[in-house]
Design a protein. Structure first.
Length: 372
């Protein structure tokens, strides 16, 4: 095994802040605590760069141009080769850029995280990316993501399943943001159902709004708030009006102090039709919230049906409405599921496990002979 100290360049091209970026931040901080020479490579105008600067954490501001920037690839490959670094690509575009850099400047150890359960593209570009021998390991965050990689033809020997995790220290001493709840103007006694997700097609908030309309027709007094932003906003706002839910469904966009606001929820709901694992679900469980969700992707890896929450088929409007109604009508059930969820996160999704498992992969490939 190589005696050279581990040096890792984490490549992420996202401009906005989502669950994947939070996972990279967790990993970066955890590796630094372990004495690993860890550096995040992200666009200069990104939310990631802003947060790293706020925390005085090491990063390299590199404009990446969607994975095909020749200058970015040249600089990345040169630095990786010069410093003997492992490159860890955390997004699809980062995966493309890292491969481009490897072709331009010569091979370096490469790890790719796969966080989504979309089918791997079967066109020439998709197959080239995922079957390239220049990728030493793929890290799959759930059983479904691992399955998709295998179906794409990635050898099992190059796949490691490492679930996303949460830093349990973030949840210590967190209390509900009662000021925010008051600002929502909820009448006394009205339940607040909450979701945290990008307003994106694969999150399927269309089904959630239709299910919530069905819930209201059942006579259940509740409010729905979806925290997040995205391209689906116009469609969701139009549907909200069509369903007569303008006063009952709130779409405040991105907010700060997300955990304090989530603690104002009576329970958490996620309606995705595609989902790698669902880090917002892990946050909700760590906060002791019961969960209602679909059986999409890796969600069943996190949520145990009728133990930590309720799972329904993807796109099932009636099933989602009935599951929400069941929790709204039974506070004791919500408490039981919430307590079980918190314990499950502690046992299976502590980010320290994620960091240690990823570090083990780095050590494996650092000790392997380079492939041609």
């Amino acid at each position: 095994m190589s005696e050279r100290p581990l040096r890792v360049l984490h490549l992420d091209d996202a401009l906005s802040w989502r669950g994947g970026e939070q996972q990279v931040l967790y990993l970066h901080e955890g590796l630094l605590e372990q004495g690993v020479d860890s550096l995040v490579v992200c666009p200069p105008d990104s939310a990631f760069a802003e947060r790293l600067q706020e925390r005085s954490l090491p990063f390299w501001a590199l404009a990446q141009r969607g994975g095909f920037g020749s200058l970015a690839a040249w600089r990345l490959g040169g630095r990786a080769r010069r410093e003997g670094a492992i490159v860890h690509a955390h997004t699809s575009h980062a995966h493309s850029l890292a491969l481009w850099a490897s072709h331009l400047r010569g091979r370096f150890p490469l790890v790719v995280s796969r966080r989504v359960d979309f089918a791997v593209g079967q066109d020439a570009l998709g197959r080239r990316k995922y079957l390239s021998r220049r990728v030493d390991r793929y890290l799959a965050i759930s059983s479904q993501v691992e399955r998709m990689l295998r179906q794409a033809g990635v050898p099992a020997t190059r796949i490691r399943r490492i679930p996303s995790g949460v830093d349990l220290r973030r949840f210590e001493g967190v209390s509900p943001d009662e000021t925010w709840r008051a600002e929502l103007g909820l009448p006394e006694g009205r339940a607040l159902v909450g979701s945290v997700a990008a307003l994106a097609d694969h999150k399927d908030q269309v089904t959630l709004l239709r299910a919530f309309a069905r819930l209201r027709r059942m006579g259940v007094d509740a409010q729905l708030v979806i925290l997040g932003e995205g391209s689906e906003r116009p469609r969701l706002e139009a549907l909200r009006s069509e369903l007569g839910l303008d006063e009952r469904v709130l779409l405040p966009g991105f907010v700060r102090g997300i955990l304090e606001k989530m603690l104002c929820f009576d329970f958490f709901v996620l309606s995705s039709k595609l989902e790698g694992l669902g880090t917002a679900i892990l946050d909700a469980m760590a906060l002791g919230l019961a969960v209602v969700a679909t059986r999409a992707g890796g969600i069943p890896d996190a949520v145990v049906h009728e133990e930590t929450g309720l799972l329904v088929p993807v796109g099932d409007v009636e099933g989602l409405a009935q599951a929400m109604a069941a929790l709204l009508r039974d506070p004791h059930l919500r408490k039981r599921y919430g307590e079980a969820g918190r314990q499950r996160v502690r046992e299976h999704f502590d980010v320290r496990r994620t960091v240690e498992s990823t570090l083990q992969v780095y050590r494996e490939i650092a000790g392997e002979p380079a492939r041609p």
